[in-house]
Design a protein around this ligand. Structure first.
Ligand code: SAH
Length: 257
């Protein structure tokens, strides 16, 4: 890939894509957590219409497809991720009911009340939790479910260093009761809420990035943007290790009423 005539922003886009394409998941999670969340969702049949929004390369989508009936549409903004997503679906022989399309979560391609379930792991922050829950609701049938993971505070107060990090990265991070209240206000019954176990971040997310980071630094030796990007990812992992008592991802499952 030539970087001539590319703005840093374009390079970052490709860089982030390339980096995360090397991983099964692009956010914290696990097979067990996806299956546990699915356990709260009733009434799915082979006719059910499911959307996985911000699906990435489909780590959680394929688990979903293997444990739930229905037709799944994966939505992601990054064409490379959708290419890998569709290749993964084919590898698992799921292509007849799992399809990825390139589209923004701000402008979903569904009809009003078309969906039985909206899934979104580690992605709703791109539109914002409250806005996403409010805007996506119209696509759900009455009685349909939404299941999303979202960065949340575990305590009312926290050390300044981690507070500042999140205020800069995603100021919408909030406590679990506040997020549940937002879900209720958006017109959902809050069916279940649970904190993702630490291994979703450590073993399943940050640990898998170590070899990708080393390969990246080698491939792009001397490239300051890459060095900064990797340093950034490492810093994030260190912060998690230091402050994991104060924040994490939470699964929020709601039912449209
Ligand atoms: N659900 C996956 C990926 C989470 S990372 C997992 O848990 O592994 C967040 C994903 O949101 C990325 O794949 C990114 O490409 C996607 N994304 C970012 N902005 C988006 C937007 N506006 N519309 C759709 N997808 C978006």
């Amino acid at each position: 890939m030539s970087n001539e005539n590319k703005s840093i922003h374009e390079f970052d886009f490709n860089l982030i894509c390339e980096y995360f394409s090397n991983l099964e998941r692009q956010g914290p999670g696990s097979h067990e957590v996806t299956i546990n969340a699915l356990g709260f969702i009733g009434n799915l049949t082979s006719e059910s219409q499911i959307a996985d929004i911000g699906c990435g390369t489909g780590g959680q989508t394929m688990v979903l497809a293997q444990h739930a009936p229905g037709i799944i549409t994966g939505i992601d903004l990054f064409p490379n991720f959708i290419e890998l997503f569709n290749a993964n679906a084919e590898k698992l022989n799921l292509q007849n009911r799992v399809q990825g399309i390139v589209c923004s979560m701000n402008n979903l391609p569904f009809q009003k009340e078309e969906l039985d379930l909206i899934w979104s792991e580690g992605a709703i922050y791109n539109i914002g939790f409250e806005r996403g829950l409010n805007e996506w609701r119209k696509f759900l049938k009455v009685g349909g479910y939404v299941a999303v993971t979202e960065a949340s505070w575990f305590t009312e107060e926290r050390p300044a260093e981690i507070n500042e990090f999140w205020m800069d990265a995603y100021p919408e991070i909030d406590t679990i009761p506040n997020k549940v209240a937002q879900m209720q206000k958006a017109g959902y019954i809050p069916v279940a809420t649970f904190i993702l176990p630490e291994n979703c971040w450590t073993e399943n997310f940050y640990a898998l990035q170590v070899s990708v980071q080393e390969a990246f630094l080698k491939k792009y030796a001397g490239n300051k943007t890459v060095e900064d990007f990797v340093a950034n990812e490492r810093h994030e992992a260190q912060l998690y290790d230091k402050y994991k008592a104060y924040y994490g991802y939470v699964f929020y499952i709601g039912k449209k009423i």
